[in-house]
Design a protein around this ligand. Structure first.
Ligand SMILES: Nc1nc2c(c(=O)[nH]1)N[C@H]1C(S)=C(S)[C@@H](COP(=O)(O)O)O[C@H]1N2
Ligand SMILES: [Mo]
Length: 387
């Protein structure tokens, strides 16, 4: 086959050094997002061999990893665009496929690019709570499995490109004779590598600062892009899912609401007044939503382990938390004993000094350190001891 006329690329923006520098930053962002995503997945769906090896300290651990997850994902967007720009001349390689290995390598790059774009787009939409895919599309599972596929393609890509990456890290100046370098510099026009890298860094930095405020509340003022204004919401805490959305209407929460604690030697049934008359514990704990926002709050309520002891639960029992919500994904959650026995794991009645509002889980909700927001069950009606 004859080579068709193909465009020629002389700009430094497409050389190995630029690609290596931008690619390394993108790789760091991607691996950070992968590892923190894995943490989030394990905390939400612990495999049985791990379920009893998770811990509650530091209480802000999940807040940190999930904040990093969203931040690294957002920073990866400009980095990916820059990376694609540096390498797009490779689309015009000739011959397009040199061998079977070369064909497989190009295929893996296709998988890598498609996977990366998919992860960044779905992640961003999720953080913005813009569920364009509706309820049919299983976001969590897909985002998780595509991450593994993309990571596999990334490892392969780094392996294949290792020699080029090594060359990219070497300073090119030392290798070229002086006269040749000047000649080259004269030929090159347009944007310099330095400007390109600086622009990419500024873009990545800007989107990071503009979103990080939803996790790091002290920089919230400059975080104009964060999907969540964490200051907004009743009692100073955003509401992720309202009572109306969860199908919990005020009339369900009638005066005869009682908390049931079942499955132990002495089943309990307590009204809200009876709960409020039990010894109260105060704790400052964050809500860290899997969708990226997080905020510290002051909680007051009854220790979950006190309730379990009163109900005659064995010391090594886990707990199933059942909400008044009918059929949401988080209507029923499991709390392993490592969480339930923590001195600050509460069935909370008050938030930031006020009684819970209906949207925050009135009459009672769970708050436990170092757990994803999805497991901080609202509108609790029953605690079931799993012996
Ligand atoms: N029953 C029930 N509890 C729930 C949820 C839910 O959908 N149903 N959402 C969870 C999520 S995703 C988060 S982030 C926290 C948020 O609590 P807040 O709305 O009081 O801020 O509640 C959690 N508790
Ligand atoms: Mo959440």
């Amino acid at each position: 086959m004859k080579q068709p006329p193909l465009p020629q690329f002389h700009s430094r923006l497409h050389d190995e050094r630029t690609t290596t520098l931008v690619g390394t930053a993108l790789g760091v962002a991607f691996v950070t997002a992968f590892l923190t995503g894995l943490v989030s997945h394990v905390l939400q769906h612990p495999p049985s061999w791990l379920a009893h090896h998770l811990w509650t300290r530091p209480s802000w651990g999940y807040r940190l990893t999930q904040g990093l997850h969203v931040v690294s994902g957002v920073a990866a967007i400009p980095l990916l665009l820059a990376k694609l720009w540096t390498v797009y001349p490779k689309l015009f390689q000739w011959p397009p496929l040199k061998s079977v290995t070369h064909a497989l390598e190009r295929l893996s790059i296709l998988v890598l690019i498609a996977g990366a774009i998919f992860e960044l787009v779905t992640g961003l939409l999720n953080a913005a709570q813009w569920y364009v895919w509706g309820s049919q599309f299983p976001f969590i599972q897909t985002h998780y499995w595509v991450a593994w596929i993309t990571l596999g393609a990334l490892v392969l890509h780094i392996g294949v490109q290792a020699p080029a990456i090594a060359r990219g890290f070497r300073s090119p100046k030392k290798e070229l004779p002086e006269a040749y370098r000047e000649d080259l510099a004269a030929q090159r026009q347009g944007v310099s590598r330095r400007t390109f890298i600086a622009t990419t860094a500024v873009a990545a930095g800007t989107v990071t600062v503009a979103t990080v405020g939803q996790s790091v509340t002290s920089v919230q003022q400059v975080s104009v892009l964060s999907p969540r204004d964490v200051g907004v919401g009743e009692l100073g805490v955003p509401i992720n899912r309202t009572a109306a959305q969860a199908g919990v209407a005020a009339e369900h929460v009638s005066a005869d609401w009682r908390l049931e604690v079942v499955g132990g030697a002495r089943p309990l049934s307590l009204s809200r007044d009876e709960l409020a008359a039990l010894p109260q514990t105060f704790a400052k704990l964050p809500i860290a939503c899997v969708e990226g926002w997080s905020v510290d709050a002051h909680w007051q309520g009854v220790r979950i382990r006190d309730l379990m002891d009163m109900a005659g639960a064995p010391h090594d029992a886990d707990l199933r938390v059942v909400s008044m919500e009918r059929n949401g994904a988080y209507a029923v959650t499991v709390m392993e004993r490592e969480y339930a026995r923590d001195a600050t794991a509460l069935l909370a009645l008050h938030l930031n000094g006020e009684p819970l509002t209906l949207d925050h889980g009135y009459p009672a909700r769970v708050i436990v350190p170092n757990r994803p927001g999805v497991l901080q069950t609202k509108w609790v009606r029953r605690l079931e001891v799993i012996a």
